[in-house]
Design a protein around this ligand. Structure first.
Ligand code: FMN
Length: 180
């Protein structure tokens, strides 16, 4: 598959088959993630792959609540990958100090994207979740207090097909040389 086709094919999958995901496929997605770029090469991430059904249910239950139930589909995913945002190393701390931006969150987005694109190539469906009860999940997974969870990715074999993408036109998005 050519890279643009892969980008077209990746979509947020919210319907999964009851079909086990092969460990080798997850390992390939993690390798794609491991190779992702990060500010000052800090690689400020750890990945917790949750494939134990009981644990998965516990964590999935913390991605929705009465007010916001849109992530309830995570219960149907075969696996969850929790991206832990490690304490910034001194270099990325300095970058943040100099630039006033938290690069580690930008890095998390890039790493999640690598993971999801590779998963698409492997025939898997994924959805990145930004909404979840971070404190409860940290307790469940014994994540140290000083670390945070940036994103969670649901993974499984899709029970639906890619939707047509709703995106702004390139004319709206692209400018050469100057903003206006
Ligand atoms: C940082 C981030 C957080 C997201 N959080 C959620 C979420 O909590 N629940 C959800 O269903 N989708 C979530 N999404 C998926 C977006 O809704 C989705 O990417 C967007 O609507 C475009 O659709 P597509 O991924 O199918 O192309 C998130 C995506 C990103 C990048």
């Amino acid at each position: 598959m050519d890279f643009l086709e892969l980008c077209e094919k990746r979509y947020s999958c919210r319907n999964y088959l009851e079909k086990e995901v092969e460990k080798e496929k997850i390992e390939k997605c993690l390798e794609a993630a491991r190779l992702a770029p990060s500010a000052v090469n800090a690689q400020p991430w750890r990945f917790i792959v949750i494939d134990d059904p009981e644990l998965k249910k516990k964590v999935a239950n913390e991605t929705f609540d009465k007010l916001a139930s849109f992530n309830k589909f995570s219960l149907k995913a075969q696996m969850l990958v929790v991206i832990v945002n490690e304490n910034p190393v001194i270099t990325s701390f300095l970058g943040r100090f100099a630039q006033g931006r938290d690069f580690s969150l930008i890095d998390s987005g890039i790493v999640a994207s690598h993971f999801c694109l590779k998963a698409t190539e492997e025939g898997l469906g994924t959805c990145i979740l930004g909404y979840f009860n971070e404190n409860n999940i940290k307790k469940i997974l014994k994540i140290p207090r000083k670390k945070s969870i940036s994103l969670i990715i649901t993974v499984g074999y899709p029970a639906d097909s890619p939707r047509k993408k709703i995106r702004k036109s390139i004319e709206t998005l692209r400018k050469y040389n100057v903003y206006l």
